[in-house]
Design a protein around this ligand. Structure first.
Ligand SMILES: Cc1cc2nc3c(=O)[nH]c(=O)nc-3n(C[C@H](O)[C@H](O)[C@H](O)COP(=O)(O)OP(=O)(O)OC[C@H]3O[C@@H](n4cnc5c(N)ncnc54)[C@H](O)[C@@H]3O)c2cc1C
Length: 427
């Protein structure tokens, strides 16, 4: 398999931290690393916040510089050293992140780190971890996930993409949809049906698919904000080596579960101490914006900011509980659905406040040649946030998961659960 469009550059040094490092040592070492490695203009812009950093740091600049961050070990500080981590405890990692946070060093390749990596850690072989994790951390190979299909979203286990073994390779045929970032990715985790004669959850297997392989056709879809985030992906006799199967044949549902829990955790924000939290112009950014626009004294604005602030606190406490479970050696499992449901709605709420602060400016703007680039950021964010209660599993489905697996309520009836997949009627 090729490394896609980017080639690994020379490695820079890993920071000198380990599990015995004290909080003071961590702060000292990470501060020194920032001084030595984060370009001066980015550091100087940091006190001005994200907008100021963005003004001096293009996405391309950040991508080009990013391997320096990855090689330091700080991008995945809790991961084993062999996979470009530092093997720090989550508490130590949070101390490091508190030093990094002002510089807005978000992690690239989030679907690799949060979806593919959990499956590789829980079910992959040592050889697979050694092959795929380091380039993932350095963003030398970008990842996406080929799960949903036109006829299988909430009921993912009903999916129809087929994988048939031919010698020591699998041949994949089918169509996926909603595939976030497939148009800019090199690799994907992919759930496919290997045995249609078994019940729908039992005949599935999890694979790593090279998106540059012959037979992969990625077609971008434009969303309401005018941009391309996701795609439909057609697989036409795509050959996948058996060595790129994660977990056992027929065990794909369980393996994909690690990816889905990781993704829900990512969307909920409980997966990190804050450096790469997804979404939401949080209240800490909304309040200065309201002041800037002369709206901070408006009682209605104040009330909405306060409500959002209270919700944020609840979200943070919930995420802390999930992190405590992880710290105690558990996996977030269904509990990650709590954060996912809450964060989806909260993000929509805060994005709506941000757009409303613009007043009429949120409903009309010049449509220049560079559409959609001239759409106000707040409007883009508000429109994009509509998807937060759908992506990574809808809120309704996550509430079902919570009801059944956390509250112990009776299972939702599924008349097809015990029937062979090939016997289930489909349109
Ligand atoms: C922006 C975005 C990015 C995405 N990225 C990816 C990606 O990278 N990879 C990927 O594989 N998928 C991705 N998805 C797909 C996403 O996981 C699905 O859209 C989602 O699981 C819902 O499936 P569906 O769209 O088929 O809707 P359906 O499953 O058809 O649901 C339709 C409606 O019925 C409700 N519903 C369905 N079943 C139940 C039930 N049992 N109980 C109560 N209500 C129910 C749903 O809540 C929803 O309101 C993305 C989606 C979006 C919007």
């Amino acid at each position: 398999m090729t490394a896609g469009h980017s080639r690994p550059g020379p490695r820079s040094a890993r920071v000198d931290l380990d599990r015995s490092s004290s909080d003071e040592q961590i702060i000292q070492v990470v501060t020194a690393w920032v001084e030595a490695n984060v370009p001066r203009p980015w550091r100087e812009a940091a006190p001005g916040g994200r907008a100021a950093i963005r003004a001096v740091r293009s996405r391309a600049d950040y991508k080009a510089w990013y391997p320096t961050f990855a090689d330091s070990g700080l991008a995945v500080a809790t991961w084993p050293v062999a996979y470009l981590g530092l093997d720090l405890t989550p508490d130590q990692a949070r101390v490091a992140e508190s030093v990094l946070a002002p510089f807005n060093l978000g992690r690239l390749n989030p679907l690799g780190l949060n979806s593919a990596a959990p499956a590789l850690f829980a079910h992959g072989s040592k050889a697979q971890r050694a092959r795929f994790l380091p380039p993932m951390v350095r963003n030398d190979e970008a990842w996406c996930q080929l799960l949903s299909e036109p006829g299988a979203g909430s009921d993912l286990a009903s999916l129809a993409t087929r994988a048939v073994l031919d010698g020591d390779e699998w041949v994949l045929n089918g169509q996926k949809v909603w595939t976030t970032w497939a148009h800019v990715s090199d690799l994907a985790v992919c759930l496919a049906r290997t045995d249609p004669s078994r019940r729908k959850r039992h005949g599935l297997t999890y694979f790593i698919v090279d998106l540059h392989a012959p037979g992969v056709d990625v077609r971008p879809l434009r969303h309401i904000g005018g941009e391309v985030d996701f795609n439909e992906v057609f697989l036409d006799d795509v050959r996948v080596p058996d060595g790129h199967r994660i977990g056992a044949v027929g065990d794909g549902w369980r393996v994909a579960g690690s990816s889905l829990a990781g993704e829900r955790q990512m969307v909920s924000g409980s997966g990190s101490g804050g450096v790469d939290r997804i979404g939401g112009a949080g209240v800490d950014r909304l309040l200065p914006r309201a002041r800037e626009l002369g709206r901070a004294d408006d009682p209605v604005v104040r009330q909405r900011l306060m409500a959002a602030y209270a919700e944020e606190r609840v979200r943070d406490w919930t995420n802390r509980r999930v992190r405590a479970t992880i710290r105690a050696g558990g996996t977030p499992g269904p509990a990650a659905s709590i954060g996912k449901v809450h964060q989806g709605t909260l993000n929509q709420q805060t994005q709506m406040v941000a757009a409303d602060l613009l007043g009429a400016g949120a409903t009309a703007w010049e449509r220049g040649d560079d559409y959609p680039d001239n759409m106000p950021l707040e409007v883009k964010g508000m429109l994009r946030s509509r998807a937060n209660t759908i992506e990574g599993g809808t809120s309704e489905v996550n509430k079902n998961i919570l009801g059944e697996r956390v509250l112990g309520l009776p299972r939702e009836p599924d008349p097809w659960a015990e029937v062979a997949w090939e016997e289930i009627p489909r349109s």
